[in-house]
Design a protein around this ligand. Structure first.
Ligand code: PRX
Length: 645
């Protein structure tokens, strides 16, 4: 495959960074021997972490593996909200800050473990009163406010799987996901702040709720305090429901394999897939990685800047941090409001110790200039993290020098919605890092670079990133679509194909290049090009559309769409705008193509299959690969001329 050749051409970074001595002295894990120990007996390795958590009933078996179906901590009973809250409230963490929240306008709220515990208990009782029972799905369409983790933990407490939908997704996106999950209840807000403006979330939620017969009731949080339409008998204000709710709710005794949540993510088709995570293994996975990769200490304040609407927020703002009993910071909005130093202001204000963000944000900071972080005291920081896309060595070096002041290790963490937990990352007290490499699989995780038959390829060769054995936080299925789940494991039975291309260098370091399927990553947001295409063809002016990713200096990747117009339509800047808006309406503003190119036809093979490889070359404006297999090679030259290169 040509993509795999590109991977081989990737330059290997020669710089290396050993963990600073003062970091190693206090690190949670410093013995490299644990890699071998975990390899020899991975089940015991995971069970040791599981033993640090509280189970209502112990498990009988660590792993039951009937490929591609795994069960972890079989027979165990537990509750994840109990482990994130009750466990801490019983001890000295009772009045420690669990969540520190900062709103865009600068308003703040701090919830101690006890306060969070009480809110979660009360909201769990509210859910029950509204008729939500164990197993019922609850859709959550909330911005980054404390009620979002409260709602998630309350669902977990009563055993109702949540389906959080990113608040910047459109009403159609919410509708599509809710139709699939058949959620009974929807939790939303009157709005939220974004770059100084108010987003009208309730109105978007209403559109979706009206189209989803499964939704019986809607709970609305007052974030803004604005007037919004409320449907009598269906809509209820959060604060009114909470007023009379009893302060304690017995946690449901969940089976280790009971569903914790569904989170929709983009695949290679137009329909998002509902990734299913369960209870016991997921908790163990996020707990272990939180402890060892983020090296959490009792006094730390941990800030993951992702949105809880994505898996990073589920695992490393909510469940992971609370499972280890740390203080998790939540910020409502964007990094550059009102000025490009908002993040650094927050780091200074709350004395953040561990900071976890995405390469796209780091690239934007490098462009804004060093003067912004330099205005602030960042000396509290001791560890930095990166997630969501490959970090280019230059961005890594900037992060290391300007934010970490050359004394903070950087953990570049590779994982996916499907993996639930970080699978490839340095251990900050052990690993010598190389800028741009996620380094090595976490102990107990077996990752490989393989060919299409699942055979490991030699160092330096590009291949498919695969996971060779099950891991505790792995997805268990795709909601309502087991066949789609099995696809991950079908290429070679028993091996999980990640969809990423990667290589290992001579020292065994993993270098992840990114997706080799039709999934792209725009500013760390995972999108399917097929979803964008189906949004475009919903517009009457569009007969056919093909969207591909191209590299972008800030966003990592951006979208270029090639569009064939219907008769009677003329290309114009106004039409371009209209089509971009159409995509925003169907998916959300993040999915708007950067570029729309009107073409008379698309490059297709004789059998009519669109040759995306050629479209990618065109989008990148580079030399075209082999065009001889095209039905009409002339079309490519025509498009190229049109694009002016
Ligand atoms: O391509 C990889 C990229 O993000 C994809 C997963 O996206 P999503 O499910 O939305 O989860 C993102 C947050 C965990 C992967 O298939 N990716 C994620 N982290 C990295 C990465 N690529 C390179 N380096 C990473 N550290």
């Amino acid at each position: 495959m040509e993509e795999l050749k590109d991977i081989e051409a990737l330059l290997v970074e020669e710089r290396t960074f050993t963990p600073p001595e003062e970091f190693v002295e206090r690190a949670n894990i410093t013995d490299p021997g644990i890699y071998e120990e975990a390899r020899r007996d991975p089940e015991r390795f995971w069970a040791n972490f599981a033993q640090e958590l509280e189970w209502f009933r112990p498990w009988k078996k660590v792993l039951e593996w009937n490929p591609p179906y795994a069960k972890w901590f079989v027979g165990g009973k537990l509750n994840i909200s109990y482990n994130c809250l009750d466990r801490h409230v019983k001890g000295p963490r009772k009045n420690k800050a669990a969540i520190i929240w900062e709103g865009e306008p600068g308003d703040t709220r701090t919830l101690t473990y006890f306060e969070l515990y009480r809110e979660v208990n009360k909201f769990a009782n509210v859910l029950k009163k509204l008729g939500v029972k164990k197993g019922d799905r609850v859709a959550i369409y909330l911005p980054m406010i404390p009620e979002l983790p409260i709602a998630m933990l309350a669902c977990a407490r009563i055993g109702a799987p949540h389906s959080v939908v990113f608040s910047a997704f459109s009403s159609k996106a919410l509708q599509e996901r809710t139709e699939d999950s058949k959620a009974k209840l929807l939790i939303t807000a009157d709005g939220y702040y974004r770059g100084g403006k108010v987003e009208q979330l309730k109105e978007r939620a209403d559109e979706a709720a009206a189209a989803c017969p499964s939704i019986e009731k809607v709970v609305v949080v007052k974030r803004i305090g604005r007037e919004v339409p409320m449907q009598k008998g269906r809509d209820f204000w959060w604060d009114e429901l909470m007023r009379d709710a009893p302060a304690y709710c017995e946690p449901e005794q969940m089976d280790s394999e009971d569903m914790l949540y569904i989170l929709y993510t983009s695949g290679t088709t137009g329909k998002p897939k509902g990734v299913v995570h369960t209870t016991g293994g997921y908790l163990v996975g996020v707990y272990a990685t939180m402890k060892w990769i983020f090296d959490i200490k009792e006094e730390d304040t941990f800030w993951c800047t992702a949105d809880i609407g994505w898996v990073t927020g589920h695992s490393y703002i909510v469940y992971g941090p609370l499972a280890v009993g740390t203080t998790s910071l939540i910020y409502e909005s964007v990094p550059n409001y009102p000025q490009p130093d908002r993040f650094w202001e927050i780091v200074e204000k709350y004395s953040v110790n561990i900071f976890y963000t995405a390469p796209t944000a780091i690239r934007a900071f490098t462009r804004d200039g060093e003067e912004w972080p330099n205005k602030h005291d960042l000396s509290s920081l001791r560890l930095l993290g990166s997630v969501g896309e490959p970090i280019n060595p230059e961005a890594w070096m900037w992060y290391h020098r300007v934010i970490g002041k050359e004394r903070c290790p950087i953990v570049d963490t590779w994982w996916q919605t499907e993996t639930g937990m970080i699978l490839i990352s340095p251990l900050p007290g052990i690993t010598r890092t190389k800028p741009g490499s996620a380094t090595f699989p976490f102990p107990g995780v077996e990752a490989e670079i393989v060919d299409k038959d699942g055979r490991p390829v030699p160092p330096g060769r590009g291949g498919y990133l695969a996971i060779m054995r099950p891991w505790p936080a792995m997805l268990r299925t795709i909601y309502g679509d087991p066949a789609r789940y099995e696809k991950y494991w079908n290429q070679v039975p028993g091996i999980y194909f990640t969809g990423d291309g990667a290589k290992k260098d001579e020292d065994g370091y993993f270098w992840i290049v990114g997706r080799i399927d039709d999934v792209i990553n725009v500013s760390g947001h995972r999108l399917s090009t097929m979803e964008v295409e189906s949004a475009l063809v919903e517009h009457p002016a569009v007969v056919e559309a093909a969207a591909v990713g191209k590299s972008h200096p800030l966003k990592g990747q951006a979208l270029t769409a090639f569009v064939i117009l219907a008769p009677g339509y003329e290309e114009s800047p106004a039409l371009v705008q209209e089509l971009r808006n159409k995509v925003a309406e169907v998916i959300g503003p993040i999915a708007k193509p950067d570029e729309i190119i009107f073409v008379p036809d698309l490059p297709k093979t004789r059998s009519g299959k669109i040759m995306r490889r050629i479209l990618k070359d065109l989008a990148e404006r580079r030399e075209l690969g082999d065009t001889t297999t095209l039905r009409d090679p002339a079309i490519v030259d025509e498009i190229r001329k049109k694009m002016g290169y």
